[in-house]
Design a protein around this ligand. Structure first.
Ligand code: GLU
Length: 547
């Protein structure tokens, strides 16, 4: 009895690998085209790091006329959740990162290199595992959990590396007859790689991001097929990325230490290995220390967070691009109107260690992005967002869309557009005072600044509205009248004038306009007061003044 019989006994129905080699030929792409992928597990949680990785992958594929595909890695069936796959695909779509090839939400495949979900590739993995068994490069292992424990304890006692390797293995050299006997008896087993590695030897590898790295060769007889017949991550990675003709593996750097094993697998299977680019994780600063953005602790680790907060997708993408290539920011400054597609992304410029995720910076980017939107676009986006997350705001805006457009038009579409909105969830608070029914019924604390004396405030407001205010004034006339009003009441017409002679005045024109602003809006900080008065209109203003 030999390896062939053993292989037939274990995988009687597996096809010859030549079948798959022909079915999934080399891709016909131009020189330099990158075929890469995003390979998430459908856990129901899409991490911002996954979006980051997809952005990088899609950008490189696009730039080189290559292919970006998504492969769902569901071989750990304990971790799976029902809507896991659609969550991933929907999130990618939302950010314009839809892959060229992938599983569809209905379970069908889009592309010629599928199935794009690992649980449907069982026969493929088994065919390749069989090919290794046939050559004596893999073997069935019957060790129980207790056996493995015992090995580990002995290794610890002997101060040796733990794991299933070299002389510590129990099934590696089991005679084939004996193994077949056990299988026929119904003993449970898994399939292990018979690693030819020597840890005293080093392998050198050049990672596109990390640069040159050197590791000892792998000598662990890792599991390739588990007892449920499904492959481990390592084995599936080699088989899938070979058959899907990936030539650049972009993945999280937690996998970098597995490179020696992966190269060994490619070699033993007779595959040409891909290039690797290991991306450093997105980090967060906490108490002066850097740590990975955590799914458990940080709400902003979830892609859904940005949707819920109403941070526009362009802002998130711009920010991630900033993290990915530090020269992006300078490029953006010089190319304000260009599409990200025009930016020449270089994966080699990605940071070796994890970039800090800076929410303040992201919101800043978002403010700039939103400042370029037209009032129509803002209204449309806020309506879409509020329809799901804030029904009250949705109804408020829908009551009179023309009025809502005017509000969003304040200080917009000019050379220096307003930059006060960072996310749609901020909008309500920033515009609520523009609605009479809300403003007139609210019990706000008026934030008067310098002038706080009630009689003085009354005098300013009454004089202004009785004598100066005219809703038909243009901005310059309006402003001149503010100055006239200031002068009449003993305030300086110009700030500078006041600063030069503070004792000659009660204050300056800015203090006067603040009083008017606070009286009419309840707030000391608002966008342009003239525009606000224009949008509110006389009727509303008078109601406010008399409140
Ligand atoms: N499913 C693996 C993960 O989520 C994929 C790693 C890879 O991209 O190869 O970590």
């Amino acid at each position: 009895m030999g390896y062939k019989e053993l292989a037939d006994l274990i995988f009687p129905d597996a096809k010859d690998v030549s079948y798959y080699e022909e079915k999934y030929p080399e891709r016909d792409l131009k020189e330099g085209a990158v075929v890469t992928r995003f390979a998430p597990s459908p856990t129901g949680f899409v991490h911002i790091g996954g979006l980051y990785q997809s952005l990088v992958a899609k950008k490189i594929a696009k730039q080189t006329d290559g292919v970006f595909f998504v492969r769902i890695e569901d071989t750990d069936q304990k971790r799976e959740v029902e809507n896991g796959v659609s969550e991933i695909l929907t999130s990618l779509k939302e950010y314009d990162l839809s892959p060229d090839e992938s599983l569809n939400t209905d379970g069908t495949d889009n592309g010629n290199y599928g199935p794009y979900i690992q649980s449907k590739r069982k026969d493929i993995y088994q065919a390749y595992a069989k090919s290794l068994l046939e050559k004596g490069l893999a073997y069935p292992c019957f060790c129980s959990a207790e056996d493995l424990n015992e090995i580990r304890e002995n290794q610890t006692k002997a101060r040796q590396r733990t794991g299933y390797y070299g002389t510590w293995t129990r099934c590696r050299n089991m005679p084939v007859d004996m193994a077949m006997e056990k299988i026929k008896n119904g003993d449970s087993y898994i399939v292990r790689l018979k690693s030819p590695g020597n840890p005293d030897k080093k392998i050198k590898h050049k990672d596109l991001i990390k640069g040159n790295i050197e590791f000892p060769e792998n000598d662990q007889d890792i599991v390739i097929i588990k007892s449920d017949g499904l492959p481990t991550y390592h084995f599936a990675h080699a088989v899938d990325d070979h058959l899907m003709r990936t030539n650049l593996v972009i993945r999280a750097d937690e996998w970098v230490a597995s490179v020696p094993l992966h190269l060994q697998l490619f070699y033993m299977l007779g595959f040409k290995p891909p290039k690797y680019a290991h991306i450093a994780p997105i980090m967060k600063e906490e108490d002066g220390n850097k740590r990975k953005l955590s799914k458990r602790k940080d709400p902003e680790a979830a892609v859904s967070y940005y949707r819920e907060e109403g941070i526009p997708k362009e802002a998130v993408i711009e920010y991630l691009m900033n993290i990915a290539n530090s020269n992006f920011e300078a490029w953006r400054k010089g190319n304000k109107d260009k599409s990200i597609d025009d930016f020449n992304f270089d994966i080699k410029k990605m940071g070796v260690s994890g970039a800090l995720f800076d929410m303040v910076k992201l919101l800043d980017v978002s403010k700039t992005v939103i400042s370029t939107y037209s009032a129509e676009k803002v209204l449309e986006d806020v309506l879409n967002w509020s329809n799901i997350y804030d029904k009250d705001l949705y109804e408020l805006l829908n009551r009179d869309k023309e009025y809502a457009l005017k509000i969003f038009g304040i200080e917009r579409g000019n050379v220096k557009p307003r930059k006060d909105i960072a996310k749609w969830s901020d909008v309500k608070d920033s515009i609520i005072y523009m609605f009479d029914d809300r403003f007139l019924t609210s019990n706000i604390e008026y934030e008067y600044q310098k002038v706080t004396d009630e009689d003085e405030i009354k005098k300013i407001v009454t004089t202004y509205f009785d004598k100066y205010y005219d809703e038909n004034d243009d901005k310059q006339t309006w402003f001149n009248k503010m100055k006239d009003l200031s002068e009449e009441l003993g305030y300086a017409r110009e700030v500078k004038e006041y600063k030069n002679n503070p004792d000659s005045y009660k204050g300056h024109v800015g203090d006067i306009s603040t009083v008017i602003r606070v009286k009419v809006t309840g707030r000391a900080n608002t966008p342009d007061l003239y525009e606000i008065l224009q949008v509110l209109g006389k009727e509303s203003i008078l109601k406010r003044v008399n409140k």
